[in-house]
Ligand binder design. Structure first.
Ligand code: F58
Length: 840
């Protein structure tokens, strides 16, 4: 093609590539200090130096990002879009440097400028636009998509405030503070003020003929795009995460302003900005109380899906293909039900705006979407009141009713007269008010539905989606077991182990990091004492790194020779931090009852907890309070503190996880069987050579299949028993004193006020004593036995190290590269599109 304007040679000589030599890197950093930051070298602090280094790395990412996007546009492959309301990215600089292969060079440059790269990395704030596993999974999937050169974009929201900052008051209460993560400018995003869409809310919808309608009136706001560059590992390919920000369509209402009504003038502008102001901090059951019925949350969901779809449709239309070919060029993955409005929105665009006949539009739609479910907890399934939907999205409610009408006809045809079935499968749940069942809509509008681990996918098929399996057949309901990116969760967070693996396998690091099954090569060295020693030394230094972190954050000194036992995840009753803390108290009481001589035989242990509770989740907050107060008592007990100490690390985040996970000897994944869809931190701990104590739940099961049951400490009742046990609790309750005396003794100590505040814990204790929905009383004894087996196993340190090596060696399956390959091939039908180093 002809060069568009000017002299081609002049342009090409002036265009820069990626900076890869040290002097140019140094120059670029200094240049950013001088110009972008307008700072003097003499008063440059670490934050400034971090910003300058980040801006310099960003320049490189932009060059690659631009070339990748141009390449994709030219080649016009089928693309996949990952719609997720949450992306829990964590920090970027270290990851970007490792993916670009420039960490050493930047480290040297920064050194020469008088700074230390590791200190600068610590200045970066986490991008914490997510609650937990679901959001972090989305981030891992972006890394894997880019690393495997797949044409995948993420779409999300650019919240002004991420997940709240957690503070712990002196008496152990969780306090929440805002997370103004954008306060210092964010070098990792590119505002695209030219990419904007008008998004409508409220108003009215007038039906025309042929199922069409005109939606007008109401409020219009603007969606503005911010692009976040997603570098692939060891490739030039750099993908895009597009986050939308809401803005008023007009700055303020001039009429009101002129009439002197300043408040009315800015009100509509404020309400537009409010849409992307803050991430909802709720997870699972708490949704019911704090999310559902909340108009702003529904507004977020529509704002984001409408902007994303407008963008996707525009990009498709640039290809000049008929809309019937839309599913040949576009696959959209719905990360849980949050983006389900994308289904009626695509119908609206096709039918109302593009004049596509209804049936054809439905065909296009159902060949475009794929739906991932992340929970079977019935209380967590998203539903929206019909009156709210009607008010906010009148046209979408009509479309949903129309979809439901044809759908129920099809059900009735297959199962004539089965009214109960119709009632269960209907998108609309009867009641006061009627509700829109988002999971039903997502399933009906998608080509495939998947769960996130084998057991979970089976539960999806046999419980919440059973009727749909009867209707559509089993092949629509599949499984993709979750994965994690080994770049962040081994190479970046555990450089010592990464180094040891590379030198042991005698293959380049980049080879095993892209094909994690290669870790199996470590098995051949598991018996080698020299290797075992090095393996143990890496763990030891990671424990010291964590101890240093605890020292600086909590001022506590930790015995790094002790076993490190870790449970870190969102606080939730189903995850059973309660079981853990009650177990700790049991251990403490047992130690207290021993003689000093007996105690000497006990294996010293340090227990770590971390995790946030949803701000309105009362019981979860009480559990935090109990953990903190028990820690205070046992850490101060001179009889036992040599053998048992415990810490609650405040404000758990991706960056805190990167310090905690590599340091763990054992970690706990102890949800009531059948409640944790998959879990992903279980994979991270094992990949870093930590062993696992857990229930037969989620991905724990597949981890045990890989590493062998002898290397996992399993306990507790199995999924099929759960329902029966709950039935017993309701209809034939047995007092805890009778059922589980060891636990009764623990509960009694808590009630007595031994850990302060007699009385405050009663509401929590009663959940255990009375309904015990999460089966603490059923699993306590076998949990304590499992922990004894852990202690016993730890006594033989050589055997333990072998288990640790074997565990890490068998983590190949849990690379998110494998999971993304599965989605790419079995769902999206997209192919690798590599940008060659020369830009071809
Ligand atoms: C998690 N879900 C699952 N939801 O609990 C976990 O087992 C799984 O490994 C992970 O997804 C990835 O598949 C989860 O994190 C949320 O945080 C939602 C946020 C929005 C409200 C509803 C819960």
């Amino acid at each position: 093609a002809k060069w568009p304007r000017g002299d081609e040679k002049t342009w090409k000589e002036a265009l820069r590539g990626v900076t890869t030599d040290e002097p140019t890197i140094t120059k670029s950093i200094v240049n950013h200090v001088q110009t972008s930051l307008a700072r003097q070298p003499h008063n440059l602090d670490e934050l400034g130096a971090y910003q300058a280094a980040a801006l310099s790395v960003r320049d490189n990412l932009i060059v690659n990002w631009n070339e990748t996007q141009l390449h994709f546009t030219r080649k016009a492959p089928k693309r996949a879009y990952y719609l997720s309301l949450e992306f829990l990215m964590g920090r970027t600089l270290d990851n970007a440097l490792l993916n670009l292969g420039l960490k050493n060079k930047y480290s040297n440059s920064v050194d020469k400028l008088g700074f230390n790269l590791e200190d600068l990395l610590d200045k970066e704030r986490d991008a914490a636009l997510g609650n937990g596993g679901l959001g972090r999974l989305a981030a891992c999937y972006l890394d894997s998509s880019a690393s495997q050169e797949l044409p995948v974009w993420g779409y999300g929201l650019r919240y002004q405030y991420g997940i709240f900052q957690q503070l712990i008051s002196p008496d152990g209460q969780q306090l929440e503070a805002p997370d103004p993560w954008l306060q210092n400018q964010n070098p990792w995003e590119l505002p695209r003020l030219d990419v904007d869409y008008e998004i409508r809310f409220y108003g009215h919808s007038n039906r025309l003929e042929n199922g069409k309608a005109v939606w007008s009136g109401g409020q219009e706001v603007l969606a503005i795009a911010y692009d976040v560059m997603i570098p692939g590992y060891e490739t030039k390919n750099t993908n895009n995460l597009r986050l939308w920000e809401s803005k008023p369509k007009r700055g303020f209402d001039l009429n009101s302003f002129n009439a002197g009504d300043y408040e009315a003038a800015v009100e509509s502008s404020n309400s537009a900005a409010a849409i992307t102001a803050v991430l909802y901090p709720n997870d699972h059951t708490t949704c019911k109380l704090f999310v559902f019925g909340k108009e702003l949350r529904l507004k977020q969901q529509y704002f984001w899906t409408a902007a994303s779809l407008a963008d996707i449709v525009r990009r498709f239309k640039n290809l000049d293909k008929p809309l019937t070919e839309f599913p040949d060029y576009v696959a959209i993955q719905l990360n849980d039900t949050h983006p389900t409005l994308a289904i009626p929105e695509l119908m609206r665009i096709l039918v109302d705006e593009e004049d596509v006949p209804w049936d054809l539009a439905w065909n296009i739609t159902t060949n475009t979407f794929f739906f991932t479910n992340h929970t079977v907890l019935p209380e967590a399934l998203e539903k929206w009141p019909v009156p709210l939907m009607e008010h906010l999205l009148p046209r979408h409610l009509q479309i949903i009713y129309d979809i439901n009408f044809s759908f129920l006809q099809a059900v009735d045809k297959k199962f004539p007269g089965d009214l109960e079935r119709l009632g269960r499968m209907s998108i609309i749940e009867e009641g006061f008010p009627k509700q829109v069942r988002m999971a039903n809509l997502a399933c009906i509008g998608s080509r495939k539905v998947n769960g996130v681990a084998e057991l979970h996918s089976e539960l999806v098929r046999t419980t919440i989606m059973k009727d749909f399996v009867d209707l559509y057949g089993i092949s629509k309901f599949a499984n993709v077991t979750n994965g994690i990116t080994p770049r962040r969760w081994l190479d970046q967070c555990n450089p010592g182990l990464s180094q040891l693996i590379t030198e042991t396998l005698k293959i380049p690091r980049s080879v095993w990091l892209k094909d994690l099954y290669k870790l199996e090569g470590l098995l051949a060295h598991a018996e080698d004492p020299a290797f075992q020693k090095k393996w143990a030394a890496v763990k030891q230094s990671n424990k010291e790194r964590l101890a240093h972190y605890v020292e600086t954050t909590l001022g506590a000194t930790i015995n790094t020779k002790a076993m490190f036992d870790v449970q870190v995840k969102r606080l939730h009753e189903y995850k059973r931090q309660s079981l853990n803390i009650l177990g700790v108290i049991h251990r403490y009481l047992t130690l207290k009852a021993m003689s000093a001589e007996e105690r000497k035989k006990v294996n010293p242990k340090v227990i770590f907890f971390a995790g946030k509770a949803a701000p309105g989740y009362y019981i979860a907050k009480l559990i935090i309070r109990l953990i903190v107060n028990v820690a205070r008592v046992i850490n101060a007990d001179a009889d036992t503190k040599e053998y048992l100490t415990m810490y609650f690390l405040p404000d758990y985040s991706v960056s805190v996880a990167e310090v905690l996970i590599p340091a763990s000897d054992i970690s706990q994944h102890i949800s009531t069987a059948g409640t944790e869809a998959s879990g992903t931190s279980n994979m991270k701990f094992c990949l870093n050579g930590g062993l696992l104590v857990g229930t037969v739940d989620g991905a724990n099961i597949e981890i045990a299949e890989e590493v062998g049951e002898t290397n996992v400490f399993f306990f507790g009742h199995l999924t099929p028993a759960v329902e029966g046990l709950r039935y017993q609790h309701s209809y034939h309750p047995v007092p805890v004193e009778q059922k589980c005396p060891a636990l009764a003794a623990v509960l009694k100590e808590v009630s007595s006020g031994r850990f302060g505040d007699a009385g405050v814990y009663e509401p929590f204790l009663n959940t255990v004593r009375q309904h015990d929905y999460y089966l603490i009383t059923d699993d306590f004894d076998s949990y304590i036995r499992a922990l004894s087996m852990v202690d016993e196993a730890y006594q033989d340190r050589t055997e333990w190290i072998k288990k640790s090596i074997r565990t890490a060696a068998k983590m190949g399956k849990f690379s998110s590269d494998r999971a993304i390959q599965d989605y790419a091939q079995e769902y999206w039908n997209i192919e690798t599109l590599k940008l060659e180093p020369n830009g071809a």
